[in-house]
Design a protein around this ligand. Sequence first.
Ligand SMILES: [Zn+2]
Length: 318
Amino acid sequence: MHWDVNELKEKYNILHSLYQRVNKPLIKKEIWNDMYTLNTMIVLYDKGFDKKIDPIYSPAEDKQCRDYLLDKYDEIIKALNEYYQIRMKNRRPENVVIEDYDSLIKDFLNNYQPEIMPVYNNLVENNHLELNTKKDFEPSYNGLCLYNSTFNEYYVFARYNGKILSSLYLPHELGHAYQANQVEIVRDFDEKRSSWFVEVYSTYLEQLFFHYLKEKGYNKQAYYLEKGFWTHFINDVEYQMMLILNTDLFLNSHCFTYIISKLVSTIAYNDFLKHNNHKMINEFNNIFLNGSDYDIVNEYKLSRILHAGYDSLDRLIK
Ligand SMILES: [Zn+2]
């Protein structure tokens, strides 16, 4: 499954002429952002296209949540340090070829999150999905959900090489696509992209997907992926510890978003394991889309969030 690069170029050209005609700074900025996104996508297929556009996207943060988290800075660092200084062995199992990834994803969605199915089908039908092994596309990413406000649409990129160990990136990105689909105008979703909890639902889908893989008999591979998931988390925690020279850096680093999103997702995932329903993540999505970051911290309570992953890690080490 691939993007239609000619269509992307056409859209880029439309935006380019719009950009030159529009005078209002805010609209100009928005078009600029969309041009940047399209440029990133086109360059995957056509290196010569690169227009060297600098991103001017600036996130809008929830100030109340920011003040609260900064106030709890010491407590957060201490708790993360205490709970997550763990070493995990992560031996690579056989990387099995997947015969029919499309069917696997559909089966997963059908059984675990059927409401995403129409979003997935639309991505495929409109050529808005790019499954690709290429490492040179935004190299640090294994997947991306790209938003285009002008055309009110979104695209998904997921690294995938036909084998099981790369099968988790698409479910993650489908979470972002689903959330973008929940708002009528993609532009309204834009400010949510800077939320500290923007990764929660996607992370939940990753955890559900591990669960699904175990059910399908890919036990070793699923445990390996799950351990990798937590190894990343611990690396983030340890990296944070070294990185944090001041409190501002702490909240601004992407690491913090990944750490806190994984922990909230784990609260919801543990609830799923216990009750075999998705009530808690549905409630989370509702707060995420309609409330603020502060509402989320208030609902789940910081100390509970910080301790959320400990049992999962304990289970994986044994
Ligand atoms: Zn993500």
